[in-house]
Design a protein around this ligand. Structure first.
Ligand code: FMN
Ligand code: SF4
Length: 414
């Protein structure tokens, strides 16, 4: 771990054997759960609220607000679910795999705390199908937790009971979308639902459902153990705590780094990821994966904070940072991103089904000899804006983000 890293979700990495519940317990594991079970559920939500934790799956939505809405929509005797999103389908993102493979009990403990807070008796961990190691480790951890009394009936001697089941995904980008994931868990084709209602109101099997990302849940153990204020003492005014970023591309030391929110992007790239490979010059980075934005050098000192980035027109997303040197042509990257969206469009709504194909065709035309590039780029932006306004989910809404930022900052590449 480098000096500029600060580990909370990755605090046990390399320190414990992920297959050993005893080692986890020896490091203070399941103490937070016992503490939470001694509190009223509403107090647990308050502690999460004090921490200022925001969802780490991409949207950055308040974790406490989601818990409150799931717990308060209907009466307490209603069946509720908690679903952990471990689909990790965004290109360039692999932080959830690192958590699941190295600290499965941290996720399970966080999930049981999250379930208790909203009164959910059943949880599902939806894991990307290709993550076979994570799937088997989590399954073993569930079994071990049940044997030790941290899952199942009367958890840790309390009145609270819950079960967790693993659902392996089938490897589709769209299944990472919360609604599509619920459809898949219900045994249907993984396509988005029309909202409202939101999952907090009517989610899995039409019951109130809290969907949280793996990394979000991995923070709950430390928040309950140390208190929400401790967590909120780190980060920026509106983005608290730490976040894992995965840095790949033309850097010397690609990998995953957990840093305090507000750390400048430059520190992540130049210090933690070792700077540019082969001493080439930095050109830009794609922040937030395929559904992200290109960021040029002049913004490298922007703090990694949801709002500071948004104010400048960028998106943190799930924390993927793909770095490009100045020999890369970003129009080529945009073209492959558009292929990605075309391939992943489920076809349910027309603007996305037709639009993703059209955008890719136009991207190819831009490259052709003698093309009127400016007119084509304007047309592409118009089309992408129309898709963003009328598509049902992020697959149709997102092509605008990389396209617009690439045209704004790297127009010469087209
Ligand atoms: C196409 C698409 C793919 C998504 N993929 C993921 C994913 O792989 N993992 C994830 O946690 N969230 C993903 N999301 C966001 C989820 O819908 C949801 O907002 C998130 O899991 C909520 O967790 P959080 O509040 O803890 O961030 C995706 C959304 C869309 C539209
Ligand atoms: S926006 Fe695209 S992926 Fe999403 S529902 Fe519509 S067609 Fe399917």
């Amino acid at each position: 771990m480098k000096a500029t890293e600060h580990r909370i979700a990755l605090k046990h990495l390399g320190k414990i054997n992920p297959e050993s519940i005893d080692e986890y317990i020896a490091h203070g594991g399941y103490e937070a759960l016992v503490k939470a079970l001694d509190m009223e559920p509403v107090r647990v939500v308050e502690e999460i609220s004090r921490s200022g934790l925001r969802g780490r799956g991409g949207s950055g939505f308040s974790a406490a607000q989601k818990s409150r809405s799931t717990g308060e929509t209907t009466k307490w005797n209603v069946q509720r679910y908690i679903v952990c999103n471990g689909d990790e389908s965004e290109p360039g993102t692999f932080k959830d795999r690192i958590i699941m493979e190295n600290d499965p009990h941290l996720l399970i403990e966080g999930m049981v705390i999250g379930a208790y807070a909203i009164g959910a008796s059943k949880g599902y961990i939806y894991i990307r199908g290709e993550y076979s190691k994570a799937i088997s480790l989590i399954r073993k951890a569930i079994k071990d937790a049940r044997n030790k009394g941290y899952l199942g009936k009367n958890i840790a001697g309390s009145e609270f009971s819950m079960e967790i089941e693993v659902k392996p995904g089938a490897g589709s980008y769209l299944s990472g979308d919360g609604f599509s994931m619920l459809e898949t868990i219900e045994g249907k084709r993984g396509t988005p639902r029309v909202k409202p209602p939101l999952p907090m109101e009517r989610g899995l099997f039409n019951k109130p459902t809290l969907i949280n990302n793996v990394e979000t849940l991995a923070h709950l153990q430390s928040i309950i153990l140390n208190g929400g204020e401790w967590y909120a003492s780190m980060g920026t005014a509106t983005s608290k705590g730490t976040k894992i970023f995965t840095v790949t591309g033309d850097v010397k030391n690609p990998g995953f780094f957990e840093v305090t929110m507000g750390t400048p992007l430059r520190v992540l790239i130049e210090d933690l990821a070792g700077g540019m490979k082969e001493e080439k010059k930095f050109k830009g980075a794609l922040l937030g994966g395929a559904a992200g934005t290109f960021i040029p050098e002049e913004y490298l000192d922007t703090p990694l904070c949801y709002d500071a980035m948004r104010e400048k027109g960028f998106h943190l997303g799930a924390g993927a940072v793909i770095v490009y040197n100045d020999e890369r042509n970003l129009a080529d990257t945009v073209s492959s991103l558009l292929s990605f969206f075309r391939t992943n469009s489920c076809g349910k709504c027309v603007p996305c089904r037709v639009g993703t194909t059209q955008l890719k065709k136009m991207a190819d035309k831009v490259k052709a000899e003698g093309a009127d590039k400016d007119a084509l780029l304007d047309e592409m932006l118009k089309q992408a804006r129309m898709m963003a306004a009328t598509s049902l989910c992020a697959v149709g809404q997102s092509p605008l983000l990389p396209l617009e930022s690439a045209i704004k900052y790297f127009r010469k590449d087209f």
